[in-house]
Write a protein that binds this ligand. Sequence first.
Ligand code: SF4
Length: 465
Amino acid sequence: MESLRELYRIGIGPSSSHTMGPQAAAQIYLQRHPEARAFDVTLYGSLAATGKGHMTDVAILGVLEPQGPVTLHWEPRTFLPFHPNGMKFAVLQADGTLSDPWTVYSIGGGALSEGEGKPTPVPSGSSSHPAHPVSSPGVVFDGHTRGYAPTAPSGSSSHPAHPVSSPGVVFDGHTRGYAPTATANVSPAPLYDLNTMEDIIAWCQQSGRTFWEYVERCEGPAIWDYLREVWQVMQEAVERGINHEGVLPGPLGLQRKAPVYYVKAKGYKSNLQSDGLVYAYALAVSEENASGGRIVTAPTCGSCGVLPAVLYHLSRNHTFSEERILHALATAGLIGNLVKHNASISGADVGCQGEVGVACAMASGAACQLFGGSVAQIEYAAEMGLEHHLGMTCDPVCGLVQIPCIERNAFAAARALDANFYASLSDGQHRVSFDRIVRVMKQTGHDLPSLYKETSEGGLAKIHR
Ligand code: SF4
């Protein structure tokens, strides 16, 4: 498994697979072809189906267009064999021919792959562990005037070299846009020697240590500085979100709910207040993500509200120290990493069970650890967090990471606290192991029809078709 730095990516929403990954791919292609004066880019499958709503075009054009014009093609009906989020880049020569084609896949959580058995591409000159792995300092959304139209992608479109343009996206020409940065990080180096929960539990039992200590053993003590930064960004997203009123960008006209939920929840007592605050914190982060705010993938942008909500709530209501929160973040990251390595965290690949379901598993395990759970109880909590999201589809309305995504984060955060409590009442013994549920999730995801995997063609997405 790779470093937790590859799972927890600090960046700009709304989608890790549809914006962070394509942005990194465009950066790599530009680095490989600094002489190119025009580009031809084709988006396939899910990237094409929901790319407009997810701002995929903005992410790619922001990198390539400063170099030269980009002809962009949308092929939502064509699925390349390796993964539903396929992209093909080529240099457009002056005589109209294409050269140096490069096919790459955005496989979830901002990560890239060139396909089965091929190495993960790495932008030359980029640090494998920069302080801000995928942050685009040029991207600034004000939350009020930004927006993007859900124009159904069809056929092909070409865009002029300047300014960066995308239908409905308002740029001010100075600070807006996914600026090409030298910090895109798709480091492939595996750091972990154990890749299943069973093996890691055996290590814990043999050594008398727990999950976060295994993370430290594999990552080294520097991981705590990185997780401290992750925790800082998570807290900032919560605090911005609970104070940020107004309407989210896009044609749905969705009102932000976090500030109201926060104020109302404060008026309740004990466990009702607890549920209400967890809802408010998850809404806050997910609404920040939907409006292009700075968040942490946990494990993806679409599911980025669950873990911060649970940790923020527990840190404030139970006064856990920062050190213990960082340990919980490490354990949550290990849980997410196991799913990423052995199955998938891509909604386009396995549906929302792989995004919000995995986020719930991560938050469940983290909460259980904070409350003193044993290794077995933490594993049980994580298993339940994923098991009870099995089969959950990905069907975002208008291709936006808003409905059902935002509410779904709030429910998953509350469910994570339930999973923790349920596991805490047990002795940790249970029938279905975490490793098994990961395998079942992967198979279930592959058995789902593609219209339920981030194509915005089935389920809830149909209400706006
Ligand atoms: S439905 Fe789930 S997987 Fe799909 S975009 Fe929303 S959060 Fe991501």
